[in-house]
Design a protein around this ligand. Structure first.
Ligand code: TEU
Ligand code: CA
Length: 525
């Protein structure tokens, strides 16, 4: 499949569909929903991790890269999914967690045993005098003592997620072998978890964009990706408009796409990070998003996304629930026609909102538990720390997919691993939205179809921002020769004055009255 033809749907398997009634989504559940995904108009699925794992971090702690975790099914189920999806023109993209493993991975169990174990250098070990003050992303020191040898191992995330040592060529070859195994099995590529961290130089206190990061990515490209023409999308929280080209310039032969996050991190608090956020500012947001389109447009191909399994639902981030339906229909118009590959996160196409979990006994995400005391340590009062940790917990965007309005939203016959809280479940579910031609789902289907019809404009055309300084409009054009596709969105809860649009050509699609809050209109000439 041509990279630039892809429309990728992200599945968080645990919450997608439970086929065997144990309250946990699984691979057969995905197999049974392929018709739904086809009718939405996507042609690739990125699955968050499904491999054997103690599930300390929702499977981002892998104990065996070669086998499916029994919670999700058997290896045969994955092979079946690859085949069945392929028959429908849908490719499968796996989540490559290459920066770290589970502490239960046999490599780590070996590595722990002794300083001269052959697997010792698969991980990063230091004496007490050598460790530094690098912090784990989930709070606390990134170093944990292991009593067996009296040394400390490094972990950027939970202590159950020891970091792999990419400086070790044997480790790199082991990883490439595993990647080739899955590519040979027919997956079309990888989303690469925190890939910016693999080139780290810990002793020099460098975690992101380490000195050898791009050497490793080039090597990975040559040893795995290129020969399979695999799709590669790197998750890079620290990339920016200068560094993105290092990953993406085709001449460098590294990755196809990266997720860049500056449009999110710009609203994070300097002390409390994502746990306390500044109010949304459309002008700043536009500036960041448009820069992705405008900086080195010939050298990069973008990954376009609103949501994923780590961040709040977009309605709650950019609007509020009083305008739930309107904003959820406008948001896809803001990104589906930009230059790049769109990513849709499960439930986004239904207008799902944050789960708003109020009780700690319903929280499942490890990060919320470890960050709660961390926020207090940084000076937040205990009660507020508890609230912020609940509100920001990643469980908010991981609640079960809403298939219908029955108990547990039709996700499972059993009590789901995470509860459904949506008070408007009656309206916002697949069954209902499939029947309603004015639904959010119908809008996603329609816009994806429209995108297909204008694909060459998007692939070969030039991105041009419109009304950049307007505080309510989010508008842009794709231009190719004589042809111009213009998208004008009112990204505001207030009405907007729309400048004259007559020069934009024929109105080909719209939602909401012209100028109405959260309306959009699309023109073509
Ligand atoms: O996330 C990387 C990451 O840095 C953050 O999104 C992280 O979730 C955290 O919120 C920082 O505050 C990736 C995965 O997407 C995430 O689910 C994993 O937990 C993490 O890596 C570790 O594998
Ligand atoms: Ca199940």
């Amino acid at each position: 499949m041509n990279l630039k033809d892809l429309v990728i749907y992200q599945i968080y398997p645990r919450s997608f569909f439970d086929s065997n009634g144990d309250g946990i989504g699984d691979i057969q559940g995905i197999c049974s929903k392929l018709d739904y995904l086809s009718s939405l108009g996507v042609n690739a699925l990125w699955l968050s991790p499904i491999f054997v794992s103690p599930m300390k971090d929702g499977g981002y702690d892998i104990a065996d890269y070669y086998h499916v975790d029994p919670l999700f099914g058997k290896d045969e189920d994955l092979f079946e999914l690859i085949e069945k999806a392929k028959a429908k023109g849908i490719g499968i993209i796996l989540d490559l967690v290459a920066n770290h493993t589970s502490d239960q991975n046999p490599w780590f169990l070996e590595s722990k045993k002794s300083k001269d174990n052959p697997y010792r250098d698969f991980y990063i070990w230091r004496d007490k005098e050598e460790i530094n003050d690098i912090q784990s992303a989930f709070g606390g020191s990134a170093w944990t003592l292991d009593k067996t040898t009296g040394q400390y191992y490094f972990h950027l995330f939970a202590k159950e997620q020891p970091d792999l040592n990419w400086a070790n060529p044997k480790l790199r070859d082991t990883m490439y072998q595993m990647m080739n195994y899955w590519l040979d099995k027919g997956v079309i590529g990888f989303r690469m978890d925190v890939i910016e961290n693999i080139g780290k130089d810990i002793d020099a206190h460098i975690v992101n964009d380490g000195p050898r990061l791009h050497d490793y990515l080039h090597e990975m490209n040559q040893k795995c990706l290129a020969k399979h023409q695999a799709v590669s999308i790197g998750e890079t929280w620290c990339s920016n408009n200068e560094t993105r080209v290092l990953y993406l310039d085709p001449k460098r032969e590294e990755l196809n796409m990266i997720f860049q996050f500056d449009q999110l991190t710009m609203f994070f608090d300097p002390i409390f990070n994502k746990w306390v956020q500044k109010p949304f500012d459309l002008l700043a947001y536009k500036k960041a998003i448009f820069a992705h389109q405008l900086v080195h447009p010939k050298k990069v191909w973008n990954a376009l996304f609103l949501e994923n399994h780590d961040i709040a639902r977009s309605i709650d981030r950019y609007g509020d629930r009083n305008s739930r339906k309107a904003i959820a229909k406008m948001l896809p118009a803001t990104f589906l026609f930009q230059k790049g590959t769109p990513f849709i996160y499960q439930g986004e196409e239904l207008g799902m909102i944050n789960a708003d979990i109020q009780n700690w006994n319903e929280i499942r995400d490890t990060e919320a538990f470890t960050m709660r005391p961390e926020l207090a340590k940084k000076g937040m009062d205990e009660e507020m720390a508890s609230k912020k940790a609940l509100w920001t917990s990643r469980d908010n965007c991981r609640s079960p997919m809403q298939w219908n309005n029955s108990k547990n939203a039709g996700f499972s016959k059993a009590e789901p691993w995470l509860k459904v809280h949506d008070k408007e479940l009656n309206e916002y579910n697949v069954e209902n939205e499939e029947k309603d031609s004015k639904s959010i789902l119908a809008t996603y289907q329609k816009l994806l179809q429209l995108r297909k019809e204008h694909l060459s404009l998007i692939q070969e055309g030039k991105f041009v921002p419109l009304f950049e300084e307007d505080p309510k409009l989010f508008a842009y054009q794709m231009v190719l020769g004589e042809h111009v596709l213009s998208v004008v969105c009112v990204f505001s809860k207030q009405e907007a004055q729309i400048p004259s649009l007559s020069h934009l050509g024929k109105l080909i699609d719209a939602e909401g009255e012209l100028g109405a809050p959260y309306s959009y209109s699309i023109y073509y000439r």
